[in-house]
Design a protein around this ligand. Sequence first.
Ligand code: 0CN
Ligand code: SF4
Length: 316
Amino acid sequence: MKPSLTLYLAAPRGFCAGVDRAIKIVEMAIEKWGAPVYVRHEIVHNKFVVDSLRDKGAVFVEELDECPDDRPVIFSAHGVPKSVPAEARRREMIYVDATCPLVSKVHNEAERHFGQGLQMVMIGHEGHPEVLGTMGQLPDGEVLLVETVSDVAKLQPRDPARLAFITQTTLSVDDTAGIVEALQARFPQIVGPAKEDICYATTNRQAAVKAVAPSIDALLVIGAPNSSNSKRLVEVGSANGCAYSQLVQRASDIDWRALEGIKAAGITAGASAPELLVNEVIDAFRAHYDVTVELVETAREDIEFKVPRVLREAAV
Ligand code: 0CN
Ligand code: SF4
């Protein structure tokens, strides 16, 4: 007899519109131009996605100088510094930019503020490709990075009265609110978006975790260790009443010993994690427990982003 367990499935979870579009771009580029198609950085932060695209003919590299001039290259969903497409143009390469439109929106905000002579404060995680891409929209020194509330006190802007802020799209909604508050307290004239630049997918997935966290003994977030939005879901779980919140890439990562004796678990997936892996985890639970699945849906999503025109044209 297996012990009984209620499995709460958070919704929305998994693929967002930007990830869906980015993966389609790689697939359609391979169809149009044939293999190999180069991809600068993991198209989205998921090993399973990257491995399956590699099987179809994608070659993943970190930098443009690893790509030949005569093969197409795709830029990942996280965005790239301006210097990258500039270099691709200089080398007369075919490139397709899979930057999520919601990341491009932040790039445009940065440009607009820069055009008005404002220096930028970016809230984000140092070294993350989206942060490198967004900071790389403007000349060096124009974007100051803060990661925490205490970083705000250390800022040394050129002119405290001429500042704007922008954010990474995949941050913790709650932590970011605290940093924005600190910025506004120190720089009352700072210009910014209504709240921050966190995207709908990040916001919705965190809200769904908040809704399930109080009813569960364990939360499993399906996602990769380099996926910012997935890691934030783990933090939201632990901050909202589920002390055992863990990131797992797939079912084989689950520590069943740690789950012994639990009555209820929650499952969610980061924006770059395929539903196939969610189903794999549910099946693994079924092998260990007598499972009842309950859906906890806090929002519906119907956003879709078009692929760039060059890929919508007939294949050559
Ligand atoms: O996991 P992702 O590839 O990226 P981050 O959460 O690390 O930014 O998910 C897609 C998000 C974007 C852009
Ligand atoms: Fe775009 Fe948000 Fe998805 Fe990133 S997580 S690809 S910003 S929709």
